[in-house]
Design a protein around this ligand. Structure first.
Ligand SMILES: Cc1cc2nc3c(=O)[nH]c(=O)nc-3n(C[C@H](O)[C@H](O)[C@H](O)COP(=O)(O)O)c2cc1C
Length: 205
């Protein structure tokens, strides 16, 4: 698939068939995602792949309220890849001789947490790689239950959840829903600032 086709095809797909992508496809996707840039080549991004229906069910049990009902039009993806960042790998890397002068050997000193930046980039690459393999994707975050998810799947306490990429094949009745359908895309000239910041559009919602 041409890269521009991949970009155009990517949107948040929230309704999936039940068939699970083959493990070798999931391995290839993660292998591409982990080639994203990381600060100092710290490589502190981890990928927890849930492709066992019982594991996926556990994830939803731990992250949704009792009695929660999915919105109409949502059939959750059969496979989830939870992307985690590991700050300790960055702190160890930036304690090395060639990096120590940056003063980033403790987490509080980082104005931008590059471990989360890198995790976000990996999550994006993961989506593009998945689409290139003929899959569809949906990225979302854990808003509750992160500690429980860590405990259930043996994730070290030091890791932060960056986001969850749902993967699978869109169902025949899939239709766009969600924020992307109810809000306008901002015009390019409003977001692109060339040589000088454009006047902010205070009417933007
Ligand atoms: C960090 C992040 C968190 C998101 N969390 C959710 C979420 O909790 N639920 C959801 O349905 N979509 C979630 N989305 C998807 C966005 O709503 C979606 O990307 C946006 O509306 C644009 O639509 P599109 O992805 O179809 O282009 C999230 C996206 C990002 C990048």
């Amino acid at each position: 698939m041409d890269f521009s086709d991949i970009i155009r095809r990517r949107r948040s797909i929230r309704s999936y068939r039940r068939d699970i992508p083959p493990p070798e496809v999931l391995d290839r996707i993660v292998d591409i995602a982990r080639r994203s840039p990381t600060a100092g080549f710290s490589q502190g991004t981890e990928f927890l792949v849930l492709d066992d229906p019982a594991a996926v069910a556990t994830y939803w049990d731990l992250t949704t309220d009792d009695g929660y009902e999915l919105p109409e039009g949502v059939d959750t993806p059969p496979c989830l890849v939870i992307v985690w960042s590991d700050p300790e790998r960055y702190l160890a890397r930036y304690s090395a001789e060639d990096k120590i002068a940056f003063g980033l050997d403790n987490a509080a000193a980082w104005p931008v947490k590059f471990w989360d930046v890198d995790g976000g980039m990996a999550a994006m690459a993961l989506q593009f790689a998945a689409i290139n393999e003929g899959l569809d994707t949906w990225i979302f975050g854990i808003s509750r239950g992160e500690a429980e998810v860590r405990a259930a799947f043996g994730v070290p306490d030091r890791c932060h959840q960056v986001g969850v990429v749902g993967l699978g094949y869109r169902s025949d009745h899939e239709r766009p829903i969600g924020s992307g359908t109810t809000r306008r895309r901002r015009p390019l000239e409003e977001q692109l600032h060339r040589n000088r910041w454009n006047s902010p559009d205070l009417s933007a919602n």
